[in-house]
Design a protein around this ligand. Structure first.
Ligand SMILES: NC(=O)c1ccc[n+]([C@@H]2O[C@H](COP(=O)([O-])OP(=O)(O)OC[C@H]3O[C@@H](n4cnc5c(N)ncnc54)[C@H](OP(=O)(O)O)[C@@H]3O)[C@@H](O)[C@H]2O)c1
Length: 237
């Protein structure tokens, strides 16, 4: 019987690459998606839609999970990344970020409490900006910091049953709206100086899913951006 993994935000970009990777490795993949699902149908793939900014959608998703069987792994990857300046309603802006990054992982973790496989593993995809202030994205940074702290609390609570770890990516793959000047500036503030690509995060997930001695850890996969000179954060794009 193959192992089952839940990946949130798996309809496109990194989450999709992770879903395809674990399907290719022979896992049963439960892929959560929000607005678009670019995954191709596969006999070992179950897709579940939910807007994780909506508490009722989170509740409905969580209710469906235990019925799918036991889980060996979860990757909390879903994320929204909206600058504060784009928010017309500050309450809605913060609630959206907190629901997607903290409430959804918390409710999913609660829902899976009786269906973990032995020696299961959870990975939360955070950001180096969970540990660095960024006044342009304060709601996002606060929510990623919340996710990270939640993960470490779960490492305590689930000890002996589920190992829980955090990955902090740096600039893994720019968004289409990031222009050339922005890309150059970000990469100039990293030690490796190259876009890392999704493979770097896939390999980090692979490591954490099988690293039987690693729990409650925070792994930076950021090309050295955290320790590079990054004093200039006054980007215009
Ligand atoms: N890309 C980078 O360079 C970078 C850097 C640091 C950290 N990270 C982190 O790495 C992870 C993957 O990065 P990425 O660039 O692939 O992320 P992304 O495209 O920004 O978002 C990941 C997924 O989250 C989903 N999502 C957004 N809002 C949602 C909502 N309200 N409800 C449910 N799902 C929602 C998106 O689906 P929809 O598009 O359908 O809404 C998307 O599939 C994320 O956790 C991100 O924060 C990425």
């Amino acid at each position: 019987m193959s192992k089952r993994i839940l990946i949130t935000g798996a309809g496109r970009r990194l989450g999709k690459v992770l879903a395809e990777h674990y399907l290719a490795q022979g896992w049963q993949v439960v892929a959560h998606y929000n607005s678009a699902n670019e995954l191709v149908a596969h006999p070992a793939l179950t897709c579940l839609q939910a807007n994780l900014a909506d508490s009722e959608d989170i509740r409905q998703l969580a209710l469906k999970l235990p019925a799918l069987g036991n889980f060996a792994a979860v990757i909390h990857n879903a994320s929204c990344f909206v600058p504060d300046a784009a928010a017309s309603d500050l309450i809605a802006h913060h609630e959206m970020h907190q629901r997607v990054h903290v409430l959804a992982p918390a409710m999913i973790t609660e829902a899976l409490s009786s269906v973990w496989n032995p020696a299961a593993s959870m990975v939360c995809i955070s950001d180096i900006y969970a540990d660095i202030p960024n006044q342009r994205f304060s709601a996002y940074c606060a929510a990623k910091a919340g996710l990270q702290n939640f993960a470490l609390s779960m490492a305590q609570r689930l000890a002996g049953r589920v190992r829980v770890n955090v990955i902090q990516p740096g600039p893994i793959q720019f968004l289409p709206e990031h222009d050339e000047a922005y890309r150059k500036k970000v990469l100039s503030q990293s030690l490796i100086g190259e876009e890392l690509g999704y493979g770097a995060i896939v390999r980090a997930c692979d490591y954490l899913l099988q690293a039987e001695a690693v729990t409650g850890s925070v792994m930076r996969v950021d090309g050295g951006r955290f320790v590079a000179n990054r004093y200039d954060q006054t980007f215009t794009s």
